[in-house]
Design a protein around this ligand. Structure first.
Ligand SMILES: [Zn+2]
Length: 705
C-alpha cells in the first residue's frame, strides 16, 4: 500500500480498530439502509465488576484487576477482541453514525463538508446499487491492466499506487530524518498481500495453512474477476511465488524499527542505476509527484528505505511472465476495492483477512464499516462535527494540565536517574522541553473542497478520496513542514508520538470514558489517561525516539557510556517480554512468543509512562490537598491508580488475532502490558503490601525511565 513513511509510535494497535474493511452477506436494499441501533456504552472508568477479589494482587495483578472481565465480556461475533479500546471505539462509531445519518439525506441546506460526509456515507451504505453496478466501475482499470506490457509497468504502478493499490513497492513523503525541516520523497518495500515478509518464509504448519488460504483467496478473486478457475489457480500460485521473491528482499518489522536501517539518501540518478532498465519519470508522473524532487542530498534526491529491495524487485519483474504480472495487479486492484465491489468480493476478502487470519466469525455490519470509511476519507470534516458534539467543556484544558504534570514528572525523573551522566541529562531535558503537546483536534481544519463525493458512487468516492490524500501527501515534498498537521483524525481512539515532529498527540476520540472521565477521581484518571500520556511522552526516549533530538533530527545526543547503560536497561525489557508465550499452537513448535525486540519501544513507553503518571498523580494530589490513603470503594488512591492502569488492558481476544498481532505489531498483547509493566513499578509493592520475591514484586526487575 502507498504509505507515507512517517515514523509514528502509537498507543494501541491500529489493526484491531482500523477494521480491515471487507464483509459478510447483506440482503440488497433499494435504498440506503438505516443501520440497526445497537446501543454501546463506555466501560466504567473504575470497573469494580472486572476485579477478581479472590486473586492475590501480589501474585498476578492482571488476574486481580481484570479476572472477571473476559467472562463478563464475551467477544461479539463481529469483533476480534474486546477491551476498553474496543468498547470506546464502538461508542465512537455509534456517535459518528448518528452524525452521518443526519447528513446522509439530500438536503440543499447542507454545507459542502456536510454534503461530502453525508453522501460518502450514503453511497457506502447502498450495497444494492453497488451490486447492481457489478464490475462496471472498475472495468477501465482492469482493461488497462490487460493491455499493459513490461515497459508500461512503471506508469501503471504509479496510477495504481495513487489510488491505494499495493503494486510492487511503496512511495511517499516523509520528513528527512536528518533535517526535520525538510519534506522529501521516499521509496520503500511493499507489494505483499500477506501481513509481513515472514509470512512467506516461515515453515510451521499454521503458516503453510495461511499461505494455502491466501492462494485460495487470490484464486477466488481472480475467477470472480473473469478468469477460468483453472487459470485463476495457476495465476494465484504464480502470484504467491512472485510475492515470495519480494518478501525475501524485504526487511522484517523488527529490523525496520531502527531508523538508521531505513534511511539511505540517494540521488535519483543513483537510485535509477540500481533499478536498471527502469526509468522513474513515468512512475513519478502517474503518481502525481512534484516535477522535481528536492531531497536529502539536494535537488533530485530521495530516501531509499531498503536498497536491497529494489534491485531484487526489478529482477523478479523481469523474470516473471506478463500473465503473472497482470494477474498480480488485477488481484491487488480487486483486493483494494473489494468493499466497493459486489458483495461476493467483499465476502471473499473478509473470509481471508477477517475469519482465517484474525478468527473473526462475522463481518462488522455495513453501517459500522461505512462510519470508519468516512472517518478514513474525510476525517477532519467528520471530526470537526464530532468535536463540537463530543469534546466540549474543559476536556482540552484538563488534559493539558495532566500533560504538564507528566512532563514535570519526567523532568524530575531525569534529575534522579542514577545511570545517566549530567551531560546527557542536559540533552534529554532539552528534548523534553521541546516536545509539542497536541490535544483533541487541529487548530486549522483540512480543506476538502477539491475532493468530489457523490451519493451514488461508492467506488468512485473511495478512489477519489485515496487519490486526494496521495496528492496532498506528495504535494508536501520540498515545502516547509506544517507542525499543526495531525496523522490521526479527531475521533480516533488512539494516540501517538512522532519523532520527526517531536510531538505527542491525543485525539478527542481517546479523551473519553473510560480513559478520561471528568467524573472520575484523580487516581483513576491518572491511572488511565495519565499512563497513556506518559506512554506517548516516553516514546520520545525509547529505543527509536532516543535516536532523535529535540528538533526531530536523527542525531546522537548520548555519551557512549550512557548509551551503553541505556542498551543494557532496554535489553532487560527485551528479555522480560520475550519470555511471554502469547499463542499456544497445536504443538510446542507452533507456540508464538512475544517478540521482545519488536515490542521494545512500546514496552519501554508502557513502563516509563506508568512511572511518570504515578509521580504526577502523587504531586497533583499533594498540590490539591488530597489524602491519597483515604479509601474509595475499599481502595486507597494508589490502589485505584494501579487498578485503573491495568484495566486499560483488560481483554478478551481471539487466539488468531493475538497470534497475528504478536507476529506483526509492535504492541504486546493487552494482557502482558498490564503485568509486564507492573512488576517494574517502584510504587506498586507498597500500594498493595507485596513482599519482595512475590511474582509482582521480583527482587530484580527492569527500569529504563
Ligand atoms: Zn506506543
Amino acid at each position: 500500500m502507498h504509505t507515507a513513511k512517517h515514523l509514528r509510535s502509537t498507543l494501541a494497535l491500529s489493526a484491531l480498530l482500523a477494521a480491515a474493511f471487507p464483509s459478510r452477506a447483506q440482503a440488497p436494499a433499494a435504498q440506503p439502509v438505516a443501520p440497526p441501533q445497537t446501543t454501546y456504552v463506555p466501560a466504567p472508568a473504575f470497573d469494580t465488576a472486572a476485579i477478581d477479589k479472590s486473586a492475590d494482587p501480589c501474585n498476578d495483578f492482571y488476574q486481580y484487576a481484570c479476572g472477571n472481565y473476559a467472562r463478563l465480556h464475551p467477544i461479539p461475533a463481529d469483533q476480534t477482541a474486546v477491551d476498553q479500546f474496543y468498547q470506546l471505539f464502538n461508542v465512537d462509531t455509534q456517535e459518528l453514525n448518528g452524525i452521518l445519518l443526519k447528513y446522509a439525506k439530500p438536503d440543499p441546506s447542507r454545507t459542502p463538508s456536510e454534503q461530502k460526509i453525508g453522501d460518502d456515507y450514503a453511497a457506502c451504505l447502498n450495497t444494492a446499487l453497488i451490486n447492481q453496478k457489478g464490475l462496471t466501475p472498475i472495468e477501465p482499470l482492469l482493461k488497462e491492466i490487460d493491455r499493459v506490457s513490461k515497459p508500461g509497468l512503471p506508469y501503471l504502478a504509479g496510477e495504481l499506487q495513487r489510488i491505494g493499490v499495493n503494486a510492487f513497492f511503496s512511495f511517499g513523503e516523509q520528513q528527512d530524518f536528518k533535517d526535520a525541516t525538510k519534506q522529501v520523497a521516499s521509496f520503500d518495500q511493499g507489494g505483499l498481500g500477506l501481513p509481513e515478509r515472514d509470512f512467506y518464509t516461515r515453515t510451521g504448519d499454521k503458516d503453510k495453512l495461511i499461505r494455502q488460504q491466501y492462494v485460495e483467496y487470490i484464486t477466488n478473486m481472480l475467477s470472480m474477476g473473469g478468469e477460468t478457475p483453472q487459470q485463476a489457480l495457476k495465476d494465484a500460485n504464480a502470484i504467491l511465488a512472485f510475492e515470495t521473491k519480494l518478501a525475501e528482499a524485504s526487511m522484517t518489522n523488527t529490523e525496520r524499527r531502527d531508523p538508521v536501517a531505513v534511511y539511505h539518501p540517494q540521488t535519483v540518478a543513483d537510485f535509477e542505476a540500481s533499478i536498471k532498465p527502469v526509468s522513474l519519470a513515468p512512475f513519478l508522473q502517474a503518481i502525481h509527484a512534484p516535477a522535481s524532487l528536492p531531497g536529502p542530498l539536494g535537488p533530485n534526491s530521495i530516501v531509499d528505505a531498503n536498497p536491497k529491495f529494489f534491485p531484487a524487485m526489478v529482477a523478479a519483474i523481469l523474470s516473471a511472465d506478463m500473465e503473472t504480472l497482470r494477474a498480480y495487479l488485477r488481484f491487488h486492484l480487486l483486493d483494494t476495492f473489494a468493499s466497493n465491489l459486489p458483495t461476493q468480493f467483499d465476502q471473499a476478502r473478509f473470509k481471508f483477512y477477517g475469519t482465517q487470519l484474525e478468527g473473526q466469525p462475522e463481518q462488522r455490519p455495513r453501517w459500522k464499516r461505512c462510519s470508519s470509511t468516512v472517518d478514513g476519507s474525510l476525517g477532519e470534516a467528520l471530526g470537526r462535527v464530532y468535536v463540537e458534539q463530543y469534546f466540549a467543556g474543559d476536556s482540552k484544558e484538563k488534559t493539558l494540565q495532566m500533560v504538564h504534570d507528566i512532563e514535570a514528572a519526567m523532568d524530575h525523573d531525569i534529575d534522579t536517574l542514577d545511570w545517566m551522566s549530567p551531560a546527557t541529562k542536559i540533552k534529554a531535558k532539552e528534548k523534553l522541553h521541546a516536545v509539542a503537546n497536541k490535544i483533541g483536534y487541529p487548530d486549522r481544519w483540512r480543506d476538502y473542497s477539491k475532493l468530489a463525493i457523490a451519493p451514488d458512487d461508492a467506488f468512485g468516492n473511495a478512489l477519489r478520496a485515496t487519490a486526494f490524500e496521495n496528492d496532498r501527501e506528495l504535494d508536501k515534498i520540498g515545502k516547509p513542514v506544517d507542525k499543526g498537521e495531525w496523522l490521526m483524525s479527531p475521533p480516533t481512539v488512539n494516540a501517538y508520538y512522532d519523532p520527526s515532529m517531536n510531538n505527542i498527540n491525543f485525539p478527542a476520540g481517546i479523551l473519553q470514558p473510560a480513559f478520561y472521565d471528568p467524573k472520575a477521581d484523580l487516581a483513576v484518571n491518572y491511572g488511565h489517561i495519565g499512563a497513556v500520556i506518559g506512554h506517548e511522552l516516553t516514546h520520545g526516549f525509547d529505543d527509536q525516539g532516543s535516536q532523535f533530538d529535540g528538533n526531530g533530527n536523527l542525531s546522537d545526543w548520548w555519551t557512549p557510556a550512557d548509551k551503553a547503560q541505556f542498551q543494557t536497561k532496554t535489553g532487560c525489557l527485551v528479555h522480560e517480554y520475550g519470555s511471554f508465550t502469547a499463542f499456544k499452537g497445536d504443538k510446542p513448535a507452533d507456540d508464538v512468543k512475544v517478540n521482545g525486540k519488536l515490542t521494545l519501544g512500546e514496552n519501554t513507553a508502557d513502563n516509563g509512562g506508568l512511572v511518570l503518571a504515578y509521580m504526577a498523580y502523587q504531586a497533583r494530589a499533594k498540590k490539591e490537598g488530597i489524602d491519597i490513603n483515604q479509601k474509595t470503594d475499599g481502595f486507597t488512591g494508589p490502589q485505584r491508580f494501579y487498578i485503573a492502569f491495568a484495566q486499560n488492558w483488560c481483554e478478551n481476544s481471539r487466539p488468531e488475532q493475538v497470534r497475528n498481532q504478536v507476529l506483526t505489531d509492535p504492541h504486546s498483547p493487552d494482557h502482558f502490558r498490564a503485568n509486564g509493566a507492573i512488576v517494574n513499578q517502584p510504587g506498586f509493592a507498597p500500594a498493595f503490601g507485596c513482599k519482595v520475591g512475590q511474582p509482582m514484586a521480583p527482587a530484580s526487575n527492569c527500569r529504563v525511565w
